[in-house]
Ligand binder design. Structure first.
Ligand code: NAD
Ligand code: DAU
Length: 330
């Protein structure tokens, strides 16, 4: 089985490469990654049966032969950070929309199976406290340049399935946590701040809710969809992990033996989505998937330990990331 993993030097893609190599002894993995600031070759270094090709998914000449040689393409490559998209949207348009278009055209030409990785943010947000969760058929009402570019990419995939008959599935997942996540993101930023003795920064009130899932559970769901999902369908991936940012901050502070109010409120994110929550019943009913990490505190503890013991992986980026946030008053 030849698997092309785009964005495989990023957070979720790198974890996917590790678990694919471990679970499928017959798999040969090619990673196509542009190695932007978010891609780190160290995350997949030394793995057997893994080849890294440094290149851009928006470059047709790079993408075409790799798609031709693959049995399946799993498209993780994206610009992924909402805050960056508010400062400079163009890379999001180019990679997330044009890049997906290039992959779709290659898939159409060569008849390769595609699984497209997307986000729950395409559905906008929910009210804090309401019982409703996102459903696969909900309308797309994204809030940020990032989430709208991901929504656009999903719509392209759907159109290529219907008009050109490509074999593709889509998954929209909630917030991931775990090893190899870039330290610009909330949990690793907070953890590495505490390692450095810096107080955590909470945007606005901190009452916003995210639906946390361990990255390894996201990736087992992706393989279940590849094996058992129906072509053309969208599956929502989530593990019933709703928590406010304030509660996550307090749990991380407790990991460091610090007081629950030992953090700073900082400038809020413009257009900040209030709450995400996933109804995963379609995924569970059709594939039998279930999450392994059901206790967020235990998964968080492992993640904190990973950052404590892998300082060489994140340290080179810490100063620049914090300088960028400082400029935004965050
Ligand atoms: P990430 O930013 O950690 O990694 C993205 C990777 O894509 C990096 O290695 C980067 O170098 C690469 N990349 C960027 N532009 C590229 C291009 N033009 N060509 C080739 N490679 C390129 O992101 P992540 O958090 O691992 O997210 C992976 C995917 O999962 C994205 O599609 C994202 O929208 C989606 N997603 C993320 C989450 C989450 O919580 N992180 C949740 C749901 C969905
Ligand atoms: O829902 C899935 C999405 O989850 C993915 O599509 C995105 O790629 C991924 O980045 C993530 O988006 P969020 O914007 O929810 O993640 P982020 O880690 O940036 O922020 C999580 C929450 O924490 C959000 O409400 C903003 C807040 N926050 C973030 C940072 C970096 C803080 O309060 N303080 C911070 O320092």
């Amino acid at each position: 089985m030849r698997v092309l993993v785009t964005g495989g030097a990023g957070f979720i893609g790198a974890n996917f490469v590790h678990s694919t190599i471990a679970a499928y002894p017959e798999a040969e993995v090619t990673v196509l990654d542009k190695l932007t600031y978010a891609g780190n070759p160290a995350s997949i270094e030394g793995l057997e049966r893994v080849e890294l090709v440094v290149g851009d998914i928006a470059d047709a000449d790079t993408v075409d032969p790799l798609v031709k040689d693959a049995d399946i393409v799993v498209n993780f490559a994206a610009e992924s950070h909402n805050d960056n998209s508010l400062r400079d949207p163009y890379p999001f348009i180019r990679t997330n929309i044009e890049g997906t278009f290039r992959i779709l055209e290659a898939v159409r030409r060569h008849g390769t199976r595609l699984h497209h990785i997307s986000t729950d943010e395409v559905y906008g947000d929910l009210e804090i406290g309401e019982p409703r969760k996102f459903q696969p058929g909900d309308p797309y009402i994204p809030s940020s340049p990032y989430s709208s570019s991901k929504g656009a990419s999903d719509l392209l995939v759907r159109a290529w399935v219907r008009s050109f008959g490509i074999e593709a599935t889509i998954s929209n997942c909630s917030n991931n946590y775990g090893p190899y996540q870039h330290i610009e993101k909330f949990i690793p930023r907070t953890v590495t701040n505490l390692i450095d003795g810096i107080r955590p920064r909470l945007y606005g009130t901190g009452e916003q809710v995210r639906d946390w899932i361990h990255v390894l559970d996201h990736n087992t769901a992706v393989w279940d969809i590849i094996h058992k999902g129906r072509i053309g369908e969208t599956y929502l991936i989530g593990a019933d992990g709703e928590l406010s940012n304030l509660d996550v901050t307090k749990l991380i502070l407790a990991e460091f033996g610090r007081e629950p109010d030992d953090f700073d409120h900082v400038a809020d994110r413009p257009g900040h989505d209030q709450r995400y929550a996933i109804d995963n019943s379609k995924l569970v009913e059709e594939t039998g998937w279930e999450p392994h990490f059901k206790d967020f505190s235990a998964g968080l503890h492992d993640t904190v330990e990973w950052y404590k013991t892998h300082e060489e992986w994140w340290r080179p980026q810490k100063e620049a990331v914090e300088a960028k946030y400082a400029k935004q008053g965050q």
